[in-house]
Design a protein around this ligand. Structure first.
Ligand code: ZN
Length: 246
């Protein structure tokens, strides 16, 4: 089975559409969505419409919970808060209900855990270092945890009781997920607001037969998204950061 792993779409419909076109060529069997379907971007309703059709499993991110007022957005930065308040008025009732139905942890099979942030704090914690990952490996038992939230593609490898290590992830690179007690925490990067300096949409492909994960980047017309954001008067920084991938 081939599974597309998608995270942090953040209402960027243009980026999502290009990623889904690319995924169409690969011919995947399933989609797992790691949260933050909404927040920041200009077309939340359109993105949820598309994602809920394809998602076999999905979890809620902090922005999704902010949109349905199940998480206090006081901790968001000013721009993020402004965008989510604006989006609350734009997302249709059916899609708000869909976001409300999402769990914060999901197990699409016995070997796999999906969260947005981390196993320890699924809606909030940023796994930005191998020591944070190491602590989290203690808190789940599945072989692979897919997570998002940082918008940075990465794979953390944990072999038994050894310290966890970050594996270098490059575009197009494929990581072979050895068995024999080795466990993984893997972030596919962000579709709608990459922060690793590469503005292209990022996602991953998990091939269960090959037991491997491939990291993929797709170009999209950033100016289309920025123009809609300008039209709707969304905060300028949210618009500009898309060009720089920060
Ligand atoms: Zn996010």
């Amino acid at each position: 089975m081939k599974v597309a792993i998608i995270s942090d779409v953040h209402a960027n419909y243009e980026a999502l559409t290009e990623a889904l076109n690319e995924i169409d060529n690969i011919d995947v069997d399933s989609f797992w969505i790691l949260g933050d379907l909404v927040g920041y971007g200009p077309l939340p309703d359109e993105c949820v419409d598309k994602l809920k059709k394809v998602a076999a499993s999905a979890v809620a991110g902090n922005h999704d919970l902010g949109a349905i007022q199940e998480l206090d957005i006081e901790n968001f930065n000013v721009d993020g808060r402004e965008a989510i308040v604006w989006q609350r008025r734009r997302i249709g009732q059916g899609n708000l209900n869909y976001l409300r139905s999402l769990p914060v942890r999901e197990r699409p099979d016995g070997d796999i855990l999906l969260v947005h942030g981390s196993p320890r704090q699924p809606s909030w914690e940023y796994v930005l270092t191998s020591w944070i990952a190491d602590e989290n490996f203690e808190l789940f038992k599945e072989r692979i945890c897919f997570f998002g939230h940082t918008h940075l593609p990465v794979a953390y490898r944990k072999d038994g009781n050894e310290d966890c290590t970050a594996v270098i992830v490059e575009e197009g690179s494929e990581i072979s997920l050895e068995e024999g007690g080795v466990r993984w925490m893997i972030n596919p990067g962000s579709i709608g607001q990459p922060r690793d300096g590469d503005p292209r949409a990022a996602f991953a492909l998990y091939d269960t037969e090959k037991n491997a994960v491939r990291f993929i980047r797709v170009e999209y017309d950033i100016e289309v998204t920025q123009e809609i954001m300008r039209k709707f008067g969304l905060p300028p920084f949210l618009r500009e950061r898309l060009s720089r991938g920060i």
